[in-house]
Design a protein around this ligand. Structure first.
Ligand code: ATP
Ligand code: MG
Length: 477
């Protein structure tokens, strides 16, 4: 499988010393198809303001890469030799943010330009620390804080541009563009790799994965997003370094997972994770999802939908995404609990509780997101009932839209009846009289029956008397 990913073999990565800073190469942007005139005014303003104040400033990273590939950059980042304290006063609306990675956000309306100071690679400046990080770091001066496995805990050592390039992850992510001079600056043959459509880690990949295991996930994400091949040396250490993801704080894992799922290439990224052997242990429950035929169909449909939404310029909420990813487990547990005689709604709440608790040990889902997830799940049995009492309340529920999309997915993957989804579509579109008629029809109707029958068929005989007969008491939203 993994072999399939390698279509090009390049020189071994260890030949490129990790400390090598690379040779500066400049190429006119125009010859590469970049049109400085078409860059957003905000990014140009930030670069020019910094340059006029006597600093170096470049557009960097993903934006340069995407411009060169003819893709629309998601956002524009700027790199400079000015420190965050020097950057901030140059702009009317700017915020100093971050601790592990201090940067400045310059705000233009709703647009944010991220300005980061050139940083040095931890190589040669590291010191293992234990308890008292701060005083040790202060004493260490130009040093990075790393943990016992070599993971960098903070990354605020300022450096020169060549040092900044060396600490970026992939060669194609380490390109700088100066719109004033119209030059692309390249230290690590990023342009060559871009042309060859190859994702290559700068420096010694194994050491770079140890420094920041999140880079393992970034390989899967960028290979999917860009459709690039993974250079052999970059690919080879991945399988044996997957364990390192266990050291990553769960909040950071969450951030990177969201990026992976929300950038329009979720399906391909997840597929890459699986091929790279990284899905296990990341979202412990995803392991199960992907190994269960029914769960897989649902999750794949959800991710495919998400990608399509993003391609259409819409967004996908993290709550909806995670609700989808964990649904196969929640659904299974829900069924088990009902089989044990727990009433339907209580069983669902308990299943959600258990699954979220197990999940949070590895990947912290923020509370506001998990609250929404529970609501999306919690609305599912309520939508199935279509009762006179609650139908209207369901439609007015702040999570109705997401819950309805969720129901559509369940219908598409054969877990709920299509007719039920159609009923809710009609109900939303209907006026007051139409809604009354629909409720009446539902009370007699075949769809409700179909739902009940399907449920019964799936249930074990011992539980026949259980949850389905449960009245909707305590069902108010
Ligand atoms: P996208 O378009 O998906 O946002 P991006 O390249 O801008 O892609 P970001 O995660 O926004 O990706 O990171 C911006 C830049 O910062 C990268 O291009 C890379 O140079 C650098 N970078 C980000 N994360 C890391 C990391 N973990 N290790 C090294 N460099 C990183
Ligand atoms: Mg970016």
């Amino acid at each position: 499988m993994i072999r399939k990913l390698i279509t090009r073999l390049f020189s071994s990565s260890s030949a490129r010393a990790s400390s090598a800073l690379g040779k500066r190469q400049e190429t006119p942007g125009q010859s590469l198809g970049i049109d400085a005139q078409r860059l957003p005014a905000s990014a140009l303003n930030v670069v020019r303001t910094l340059q006029q104040a006597g600093f170096e400033a470049y557009i960097v990273g993903g934006a340069v890469r995407d411009l060169l590939l003819g893709l629309k950059p998601k956002d524009f980042d700027v790199a400079t030799n000015a420190t965050p304290e020097q950057v901030k006063p140059l702009f009317r609306r700017a915020l100093l943010i971050g601790r592990r990675f201090r940067i400045v956000h310059v705000l233009f309306g709703r647009e944010v330009i991220e300005v980061s100071t050139f940083r040095a690679n931890p190589d040669g400046h590291t010191e293992a620390i234990d308890g008292d990080e701060r005083s040790r770091e202060q004493l260490a001066g130009r040093r990075h804080a790393v943990d016992a496995s070599g993971r960098v805990l903070r990354d605020n050592v300022w450096g020169s541009q060549d040092e900044d390039a060396a600490r970026r992850d992939f060669t194609v992510n380490a390109l700088y563009y100066d719109p004033s001079r119209d030059v692309v600056v390249d230290y690590h043959h990023g342009l060559r790799d871009l042309k060859a459509r190859t994702l290559r880690m700068i420096g010694d990949p194994s050491r770079r994965y140890r420094e920041d295991p999140v880079r393992l996930l970034r390989v899967a994400r960028f290979a999917a997003k860009l459709g690039f091949d993974i250079a052999a040396g970059t690919l080879q250490p991945i399988a044996s370094h997957g364990e390192l993801l266990r050291n990553v704080p769960s909040a950071r894992l969450f951030d990177e997972t969201i990026k992976l799922l929300q950038t329009g290439h979720a399906l391909a990224s997840l597929e890459n994770l699986r091929r790279l052997g990284l899905h296990t242990g990341l979202l412990p429950l995803i392991d199960l999802v992907l190994s269960q035929p029914r769960g897989e169909a649902f999750v794949m449909a959800a991710l495919g939908d998400t990608d399509a939404r993003i391609a259409a310029g819409k967004t996908a909420s993290p709550a909806f995404l995670f609700a989808c990813l964990l649904w196969p487990q929640v659904g299974q547990r829900w069924q088990e609990l009902q089989d044990e005689g727990v009433p339907q709604i209580a069983a669902l709440e308990q299943a959600a509780e258990e699954v979220l608790a197990a999940q949070s040990e590895r990947l912290a889902i923020q509370r506001r997101i998990s609250v929404d997830m529970r609501e999306i799940w919690g609305l599912q049995p309520r939508l199935a009932r279509r009762s006179a009492r609650y139908a209207q309340a369901c439609v007015e529920h702040p999570r109705f839209r997401a819950a309805f999309d969720f129901l559509l997915l369940r219908a598409r993957t054969g877990e709920a009846v299509e007719e039920l989804a159609q009923w809710w579509q009609d109900f939303q579109d209907a006026d007051e009289d139409g809604r009354a008629a629909l409720i009446e029809q539902a009370a007699r109707g075949p769809a409700g029956e179909a739902v009940r029958k399907r449920r019964r068929r799936r249930r074990k005989p011992a539980s026949e008397t259980g949850a389905a007969a449960q009245p909707p008491a305590g069902d108010a939203d």
